[in-house]
Design a protein around this ligand. Structure first.
Ligand SMILES: Nc1ncnc2c1ncn2[C@@H]1O[C@H](COP(=O)(O)OP(=O)(O)O)[C@@H](O)[C@H]1O
Ligand SMILES: [Mg+2]
Length: 354
């Protein structure tokens, strides 16, 4: 069942509803067999972008190319795209087997071929024992597996998934997450995935397109987004707990950093991830004095909630054995390589040497 994935290229994609522009021109590209995720907060335009790619809605501007062919004006049913939504609409009166094979039947695929495809996908998704049940006799996770199987059996070279796991509990989400990823790799189908959950995006994707208010904030591999956030928005959206952002007044900086920043040093925001902050500070390039306001024990780490001299709150993820005590005044530190500098005014990354 190895199918060849399609390439997808989206250029300057725009969408307005009446006077409201909800997509202001977004661009991204995926290679055949790639896994690209549109990530961003609720309302930023992820579903809109997916619906435009699928052909369910008409674009207000820009173009969509599948395998290099412009399909911007091609009707949805001729784009050869599979879709999985958050609310998997299975036919309640059909069995699991009938639900999965439905699309093939509509396309008049011969019965023996249908049955062979069904058997393969049922095995792949561990649905064999459930084939004769009706959707009402399945758990939410099983129903979503059937919805995925139905799309996979159709062997479309491009599959779009809109928050397909958000109705499932945490354990199932993690399981199906790795199943989807494995299927993408083993079948070679190209996947465009939509989620607001950054950990889902980081764990599954080859490429993440981080969206904010109808535009693209940053495109990169999960590691690029985590290691080199291009903006304050990226820095705060990727990572849990989010990156700390401190004002110059709260931080003791290495010599020359503030001076080498041409603009007003008060415009600098100093970012550091909770897991890159050290306590004790010993030998760090940057340091900050603070007070411990609360301690959250999480098993492998403890989150120290801290308050700076000026009253700003931030978090240190502490993995050492010795915990400081509540209300204690401490100094925390971090290295040059863990520091992310941004302009408060533009929200953009500054002073990046590499
Ligand atoms: N059919 C529609 N008519 C008017 N506004 C819409 C319509 N669909 C979506 N929107 C608006 O477009 C914006 C983006 O929505 P959507 O793409 O669903 O966001 P997301 O999927 O990222 O949560 C939202 O402000 C939403 O209210
Ligand atoms: Mg949505």
């Amino acid at each position: 069942m190895k199918s060849t994935g399609a390439s997808l290229s989206v250029k300057g994609l725009k969408k307005s509803w009446g006077p409201t522009e909800v997509l202001t021109g977004i661009d991204f590209d995926i290679e055949p067999g790639g896994f690209l995720t549109l990530l961003g907060p609720s309302g930023c335009g992820k579903s809109t972008a997916l619906r435009l790619v699928s052909g369910l809605d008409e674009v207000s501007g820009g173009s969509i190319l599948i395998d290099g062919k412009d399909v911007t004006k091609v009707p949805a049913d001729q784009r050869n795209i599979g879709m999985v939504f958050q609310n998997y609409a299975l036919f309640p009166h059909m069995t699991v087997a009938e639900n999965i094979a439905y699309g093939l039947k509509v396309r008049k695929v011969a019965k023996p071929v249908r049955e062979a495809s069904l058997e393969r996908v049922a095995e792949l998704m561990s649905l064999g024992p459930l084939l004769d049940r009706k959707p009402a006799q399945l758990s939410g996770g099983q129903q979503q597996r059937v919805a995925l199987a139905r799309v996979l059996v159709s062997e479309r070279p491009l599959v779009l998934m809109d928050e397909p796991l958000s109705n499932l509990d945490a354990k199932l989400r993690t399981e199906i997450r790795s199943e989807i990823k494995a299927l993408n790799k083993s079948l070679g189908i190209t996947v465009v995935y939509v989620t607001h959950d950054q950990s889902e995006a980081l764990s599954m994707s080859d490429t993440v397109v981080l969206m904010n208010a109808g535009r693209v904030e940053q495109v990169g591999t999960p590691k690029e987004l985590y290691d080199v956030p291009a903006t304050v928005f990226s820095a705060r959206f990727i990572g849990t707990p989010p990156m700390n952002l401190l004002a110059v007044a709260d931080v003791s900086l290495p010599d020359g950093v503030a001076a080498s920043y041409g603009n007003d040093p008060a415009d600098l925001l100093i970012g550091v991830r909770p897991e890159s902050m050290q306590f004790p500070a010993g030998g760090a390039d940057y340091s900050a004095s603070c007070r411990i306001t609360s301690i959250e024990y999480e098993g492998s780490v403890s989150l120290l909630h801290l308050t700076s001299k000026s009253g700003a709150s931030f978090i240190l993820s502490h993995s050492g054995d010795t915990l400081p005590s509540l209300e204690e005044k401490i100094t925390v530190g971090w290295t040059q390589s863990a520091a992310h500098l941004f302009s408060k005014r533009t929200g953009e990354r500054v002073l990046t040497s590499s």
